[in-house]
Design a protein around this ligand. Structure first.
Ligand SMILES: [Zn+2]
Length: 340
């Protein structure tokens, strides 16, 4: 099969790789209908996150179940299924509490590389959710988005307690930030402030439900959020970048008693204890427990109530994955969809 491999910073190749096989009774093999490049794939692509030798890439996937292990009960060959980037049993106490991304049996579902023709998904029953039938072709990008970016933006909004009557601010205008806007909207937020200085992303944020756009960043962005909220700060702030600047921007934009949902993978972030002490805000974040939200999100997509697939503004055949990475790295594309 064809699959994407990162050899070194900036060096993405699509090459012939061994087709995955069932290795454990709980496994399933998915024939990938669509995969994509994640903002978090750019960390190793840019050399900020080291890799130990050639690494199969991709952890977002949607496709048709081709084979299942002998223990798999809920997922059937021929199902169209979407799964989280973290495989979970969905039965342990941590899963039952809704934190499937930290399941006691957690495995990285992207280990085999989802930017490929096939992917082995561990713990298939606890990881995958099947759609009611084969989806229409135009639903596939949105279903794929549920695998990570939508689920992650959604978790950010839930962690920030976005909801009715709340003013929500979103730090980061990548696909996750944009879908956090959509999530906040769905959760009933009254006012949604998107922080973005890129016009096409501002436009999409508005279409997803943003009521205000703030172009300033860092402490100037914080000042602007305070101005828009009577000097108080937002009730709910979603951090969807993962840098020191974005994390502090999120914390400082939150009013005392408010909530920060942080879903940008932290790189070099260190929180100043005394400032945190006096900020008096709730912090919850981490790798999104996408599996918690998948049944609801797939339902909303299936019924065409939300269209998160609009974050894909570049679609390429899998063989052109390198261009998909370059376009996102250079911010020419919000998110690249790859078709095997
Ligand atoms: Zn579990």
């Amino acid at each position: 099969m064809r699959g994407t491999v990162l050899y070194a910073p900036g060096d993405i190749r699509v090459e012939e790789r061994a087709k995955p096989t069932i290795q454990a009774p709980a496994d399933a093999i998915i024939r990938i209908s669509a995969a994509c490049v994640c903002g978090s794939d750019l960390w190793p692509y840019r050399g900020i996150e080291p890799i130990e030798g050639p690494t199969p890439m991709g952890h977002e996937y949607a496709g048709v179940v081709e084979e299942t292990g002998s223990d798999v009960r809920n997922i059937k060959v021929g199902d169209f299924a979407v799964g989280s980037f973290m495989a979970s049993d969905n039965t342990c106490p941590i899963c039952q509490a809704g934190y499937q991304s930290r399941c006691v049996h957690v495995e990285y579902a992207g280990a085999g590389g989802a930017q490929a023709e096939y992917l082995r998904v561990p713990l298939a029953d606890g990881t995958l959710v099947a759609t009611p039938g084969r989806p229409d072709e135009d639903l596939i990008p949105s279903l794929l988005a549920a695998s990570d970016v939508l689920g992650t933006g959604w978790f950010g909004a839930v962690a920030a307690e976005a909801g009715s009557g709340k003013t929500v601010a979103v730090v980061g205008d990548g696909a996750v930030g944009l879908l956090a806007v959509l999530a906040a909207r769905q959760l009933g937020a009254e006012r949604i402030i998107a922080m973005s200085r890129h016009e096409p992303r501002q436009k999409l944020a508005s279409e997803f439900g943003a009521t205000d756009i703030v172009t300033e960043r860092g402490d100037a962005g914080v000042t602007k959020i305070k101005e828009l909220t009577g000097g108080l700060g937002a009730h709910s702030v979603i951090e969807a970048v993962g840098t020191q600047e974005s994390m502090m921007q999120a914390i400082r934009s939150t009013r005392p008693g408010g909530h920060v949902g942080y879903v940008g993978v932290a790189h070099g972030v260190e929180l100043p204890g005394l400032e945190l002490f006096y900020a008096e805000v709730h912090l919850l974040g981490g790798p999104a427990p996408v599996r918690r939200f998948l049944p609801e999100l797939l339902g909303l997509i299936w019924n065409r109530e939300i269209d998160p697939g609009r974050v894909f503004d570049l679609e390429l055949p899998l063989d052109q994955a390198a261009e998909g990475y370059r376009a996102m790295d250079e911010r020419r594309a919000i998110k690249s969809l790859l078709r095997p």
